[in-house]
Design a protein around this ligand. Structure first.
Ligand code: ADP
Ligand code: ZN
Ligand code: ZN
Length: 826
């Protein structure tokens, strides 16, 4: 074949598939593809989406390149800044580049809402009655026909309200009265449709009919005429409807070059705020002297318009949020956009309301709780410049704000910022990189900064500002440690609630004050143990015991969600002596109801929060004083502002302390400090009781004293001794497979690779391979290798070569998991 001249335009594409590197494609003559455009490209036998990256000038000889099929959007969707951020994530976290961009862009399945009618209990009874009636008249009346119609279709197919109305159009009142009598109900459900695309359509070419145009079908002519008369169409379906055309005809016109199809530019989607709820001039409190000093400092940084990271270490209730809000307002005033990240579970209605009150329609929310449509709308509002402030969780770090001047990461120490699936990026660290790319100010806020950030502040990489007093001069809560060993010696029974805690709660109830009880374990009991043979009921997929959930009456795996029946007898030995060991939040809730009759007790954990609206309702009930005792997991410990709480009881921190993770102490310290931070935020001072079997542990003691400095110094010493972060860079490598032998095979490759390196000369330390603490998850065996390095760059280089090495030896990508800067070593 004669070689083509070198005028080929080539471009790199991050294909949205599990491919590590970008692929090169040819740009067809006349196609406008720029970096950041979404494109369709051929990949094997199918078409795949991708993101266009940089143009390429040359190819290695002999490489065949295929052509880009289509450009999906009129404008590039991702800015150079976001492209660079995506490429950095792919590189640093060793993630397939297309997966990174997939995570960056909002998904957009078509969602339609449908109103369905269903039979109520009463309706079913009525139907049975009427159907068995002996009177012919009753059996054939309209009502019974309707009920039968709704019931008869079964679960597989739902009857929409509209179709029922059509079917009974002769007697519309029969539906209305069945609804009124409570025989039927209407529900609105979201139905995810097929991923139908919407195209914007416009005419191409001049007024003179081209030869192609003269051979057109009547339908094609109608489409062209409609376009000519009505102008470009935003939605091809509307166009086709008015022209009585179909998609095939439209596609033919596109191929003939007579029309151009593109992605519509949505807009106008509004944040769901009632018009009256945006105050024209929200009343702002006067800043305290300490707040004002920090504010002046940060404002000066903002004015510089340069990249900088400031760690804002402020104790709980010191008024950090007020500073964030004012700083965002300042940023907007300077014509730049602002982004604020909060941990997954801290994005409460309260925080959202504050943002909407201050910034109204200029706010867009981006978090995991949104439906695809809402996420899509929020993304576009930011992209089109309608929204200037984005408030969101981890993935909001990718918000398409054009002119970012400020990035805030609240509760920067929170482990939920780390994504636990590929791409395994850390939202806080990605936020700092993004701020650098945008030349923006980054503010990392926390009462208990991560050791990494505190270390960066000590070494001068970050600047630090502190807030050392609570608003209104309120004292920090008094923390008392209850030694559960002593409790056992004195009472000779092991109970979850000590006499001391019980006494304190009684006092609370007598004075009408509110109490929060923290236990970081959901479910009823931890596991079920057979007293006769010692067996526990385990997950079939994971190497852990199932947790008993009493409300659902099920055994549940907290890792993979597997559920099993609750057994009355041991499956191994048939004994009836099954013992429910340990307590979870469900059991505590029962316990409090039993111990304090008349008290209003409510539970809040992930099981409750899953029920729609329940999370928000419980929080607002608690705030309104309608609950005396709120029992919950860490979900209740973080960030909330409940002025009525004066006692926080921590039932146990021991499970957290004994985790096989070098961050166990740090996590415990943070959790206890956060929990203590919930008490005494109102006018009354707060108290905290911490029950533990390890009262001497420094994490517990320093949290009780709320002494971050001493904790930090001690913990840093331990980390240095053990060569753990922040002193070293760490990566967790896991070989995994459903078949243990195959997992071991992958682990051998990993070992061989490291054996081939002069690891110690290169400043590397390799631990393992050995079975991971969770030796099996979701049916896959897991063998772990930890690698520590003096230099991040070195570690990154070695890891990339490890992936190449394994790839060359036929290891499938999914069997090798690499987690850079892991926050979870399980
Ligand atoms: P943090 O985020 O540091 O835990 P918050 O920002 O939630 O603290 O502030 C604690 C409480 O103090 C909130 O109820 C907040 O509205 C209030 N607050 C903050 N700043 C001021 C101020 N300058 N004057 C009066 N109240 C304030
Ligand atoms: Zn048994
Ligand atoms: Zn499981």
């Amino acid at each position: 074949m004669p070689r083509k001249k070198t005028i080929d335009k080539l471009i790199e594409v991050a294909v949205m598939a599990a491919i590590r590197h970008p692929l090169t494609y040819r740009v067809p003559e006349g196609m406008d593809v720029r970096p950041g455009h979404r494109v369709m490209v051929p990949l094997g036998a199918r078409q795949s989406r991708g993101i266009a990256l940089e143009p390429r000038t040359r190819l290695a000889p002999g490489v065949r390149v295929r052509e880009i099929s289509r450009v999906l959007d009129p404008q590039p969707l991702l800015s150079p800044e976001l492209l660079t951020l995506g490429l950095w994530i792919a590189e640093y976290y060793l993630a397939p580049v297309g997966e990174v961009f997939r995570a960056m862009l909002p998904l957009k399945p078509e969602i339609s809402r449908m109103r369905v009618v269903t039979l109520t209990e009463a309706g079913r009874k009525k139907l049975d009655e009427l159907a068995s009636s002996l009177l012919e008249e009753a059996r054939s009346n309209e009502e019974v026909r309707l009920l039968r119609h709704v019931a008869g279709t079964g679960a597989a197919k739902m009857v929409s309200y509209e179709s029922a109305r059509r079917k009974f159009s002769a007697s519309p009142q029969v539906i209305a009265s069945a609804l009124k009598d409570g025989l039927l109900t209407i529900k609105t459900i979201a139905r995810e449709g097929k991923q139908r695309e919407t195209f914007a359509v416009r005419l191409v070419g001049g007024p003179v009919p081209s030869p192609a145009e003269q051979r057109l079908s009547p339908m094609a002519r109608r489409i062209l005429e409609a376009l000519d008369q009505l102008g470009p169409a935003e939605d091809h379906r509307a166009l086709l409807k008015s022209a009585r055309g179909d998609l095939a005809a439209l596609k033919k016109l596109e191929q003939a070059g007579l029309v151009q199809l593109g992605q519509p530019q949505p807009g106008g989607a509004q944040i769901p705020v009632a018009a009256g709820s945006v105050a024209a001039e929200p009343k702002l409190p006067n800043l305290t002297a300490a707040q004002a000093a920090v504010m002046a400092d940060l404002k000066a940084s903002l004015e510089m318009g340069k990249f900088e990271v400031v760690l804002l270490q402020g104790i709980t209730a010191s008024g950090k949020t007020e500073i964030y809000l004012r700083l965002i307002a300042e940023c907007l005033e300077r014509g730049r956009d602002a982004l604020m990240l909060v941990p997954e579970i801290a994005l409460t209605p309260g925080v959202q309301a504050q943002f909407i009150e201050r910034f109204g329609h200029r706010v867009a929310l981006l978090h995991s709780g949104l439906g695809a449509r809402e996420r899509h709308d929020a993304w576009w509002r930011a992209s089109l410049g309608e929204a200037k402030v984005v408030l969101g969780t981890r993935s909001a770090v990718f918000a398409p704000l054009a002119n970012l001047g400020l990035v805030i990461v609240d509760e920067e120490h929170d482990p939920s910022y780390k994504q636990q699936e590929a791409p395994r990026y850390h939202g806080r660290d990605a936020a700092v990189v993004r701020a650098r790319l945008a030349q923006a100010l980054a503010v990392l806020g926390s009462a208990t900064p991560s050791l990494e950030s505190a270390h960066n502040a000590r070494t001068g990489k970050y600047r630090i500002r502190t807030l050392e007093e609570r608003i209104g001069g309120r004292p920090l809560a008094q923390v008392e440690i209850v030694d559960m060993r002593q409790e056992f010696r004195e009472t000779l029974t092991q109970v979850p609630i000590s006499r001391r805690l019980k006494e304190e709660i009684e006092l609370q109830l007598r004075t009408g004050a509110q109490t929060m009880i923290l236990l970081n374990r959901r479910g009823y009991s931890w596991f079920v143990l057979c007293r006769s043979c010692g067996q526990t009921q385990r997950c079939v997929n994971c190497s852990i015991s199932l947790t008993y959930h009493r409300r659902e009456h099920q055994m549940v795996c907290h890792y993979c969600g597997f559920t099993a029946k609750v057994l009355a007898r041991c499956p191994a030995c048939d004994s009836e002596h099954l013992h429910y060991v340990g307590e979870g939040t469900e059991k505590l809730e029962d316990k409090f109801v039993e111990l304090f009759p008349g008290a209003r007790v409510t539970r809040l954990d992930r099981d409750v929060a899953r029920r729609q609206g329940q999370f928000a309702k419980t929080l607002s009930d608690f705030r309104a004083g309608k609950i005396d005792i709120l029992v919950g997991t860490q979900l209740i410990a973080k960030g909330h502002d409940f002025p009525g709480v004066t006692l926080v009881g921590v039932v146990s921190v021991d499970a957290g302390l004994s985790m096989p993770d070098f961050r166990a102490a740090e996590r415990t310290f943070q959790l206890l400090t956060q929990a203590a931070g919930r008490a005494g935020r109102g006018d009354m001072p707060g108290r905290v009781l911490v029950q533990t079997f390890y009262p001497e542990h420094y994490a517990v003691r320093m949290a009780a004293e709320q002494n971050y400095e001493v904790f930090f110094t001690k913990e840093m010493r331990f980390r240095r001794l053990m060569h753990y972060p922040p002193w070293t860079a760490l990566a967790n490598i896991i070989a995994r497979h459903k078949d243990l032998e195959r997992a071991a095979g992958v682990a051998r490759h990993i070992k061989n690779y490291f054996d081939s390196l002069e690891t110690s000369a290169q400043g590397l330390k390799v631990l393992g391979p050995s079975p991971a603490p969770l030796a099996r998850i979701e049916g896959r065996y897991r063998i772990q290798c930890l690698i520590k390095a003096n230099s991040r760059a070195k570690l990154n280089e070695v890891l990339h070569r490890l992936v190449d090495y394994c790839e060359q030896r036929g290891v499938a990508a999914r069997d090798l998991m690499i987690d850079m800067d892991p926050v979870n070593l399980m």
